[in-house]
Design a protein around this ligand. Structure first.
Ligand SMILES: Nc1nc2c(ncn2[C@@H]2O[C@H](COP(=O)(O)OP(=O)(O)OP(=O)(O)O)[C@@H](O)[C@H]2O)c(=O)[nH]1
Ligand SMILES: [Mg+2]
Length: 265
């Protein structure tokens, strides 16, 4: 977890209109009780203690989220990546292709703007936007509050699009069934080795923007090998969210996970 970017002590804004046609709800703001003074002023041992405490509290809330989701048969995925890898594009296309087969709801995380939630709502799916301000990741309490507002139906699919950041979101369990890391071919195949925590924490890697492979210097085999060096159990799917190549395998993976969540719920 990052101890220098101030990611533990900030206010978040959950600006949630779940549905496009609903009137704008009053934004919900809160300031985490664990907001720490500037880390530079703390002795190193105190910083470690605060971080451990913060993560322990997050884990407790994440366990409550997971129990809540599981009791309702909801299959929840936490999509993580660097900014611009194509998470929202992939979600929009997935929602369109799952129409009539599986209800989908979305929690969107960004530092600012409601752009991504608006893109999701344009498909007809409900979405709640969390703006983290200076924060660089979602935490379990933000997700719990967004879930109250979103009220996803039983036996549905929940996408949580995390803040674009390949570092801090790796440390925060949100109560999801799986973290899905999206790596796009414009980012360089070395990212799994440079940012190993995220690839270790994920169960599935989507290699996105494969339509651009003929035009960029990116060795997809090497990217997969690097990712599996970090996490030998990592599943990998190659796709293009814009031209749809590889989407059927991703949709099958989603439907199989949703069926498992349904039977367990
Ligand atoms: N060529 C190509 N472009 C893509 C693909 N997927 C997304 N893009 C483009 O990549 C850009 C960023 O896509 P987004 O879906 O906004 O990415 P994101 O990961 O949600 O971005 P943040 O939420 O800001 O982190 C857009 O211009 C998309 O059109 C793809 O498969 N191929
Ligand atoms: Mg996005």
């Amino acid at each position: 977890m990052c101890s220098t970017c101030g990611c533990g002590g900030h206010a978040a804004l959950i600006s949630g209109r779940a549905m496009r046609r609903e009137p704008r709800a009053t934004p919900l703001t809160y300031r985490p009780a664990e907001a720490a003074p500037a880390s530079a002023e703390l002795a190193e041992s105190r910083v470690v203690e605060v971080e451990r405490d913060l993560l322990a509290r997050n884990d407790t809330q994440a366990a409550a989220n997971r129990a809540w989701l599981s009791a309702r048969g909801i299959f929840a995925l936490n999509l993580v990546s660097s900014p611009g890898s194509g998470k929202t594009t992939l979600l929009v296309r997935s929602i369109e292709q799952l129409a009539g087969r599986l209800p989908v709801s979305v929690i969107e995380g960004d530092q600012q703007t409601e752009f991504d939630a608006e893109r999701i709502r344009a498909t007809g799916a409900p979405a709640v936007q969390i703006n983290t301000g200076r924060g660089c990741h979602l935490d379990a309490r933000m997700v719990a509050q967004a879930l109250e507002r979103l009220a996803p139906p039983h036996d549905s699919l929940l996408f949580i699009e995390n803040v674009g950041n390949l570092v801090c979101p790796a440390a925060f369990d949100l109560g999801e069934a799986h973290k899905v890391v999206v790596l796009s071919v414009t980012e360089g195949e070395d990212k799994p080795l440079k940012y190993p925590d995220m690839f270790r924490a994920a169960d599935l890697m989507i290699l996105n923007k494969c339509d651009l492979l003929p035009y960029v210097e990116f060795d997809a085999e090497r990217a997969e090998a690097y990712a599996r060096r970090i996490n030998p159990k990592l599943q990998v799917l190659r796709l293009s969210a814009t031209n749809g190549a590889g989407m059927p395998d991703w949709l099958d993976w989603l439907l199989a996970g949703a069926a498992r969540a349904h039977s367990a719920g």
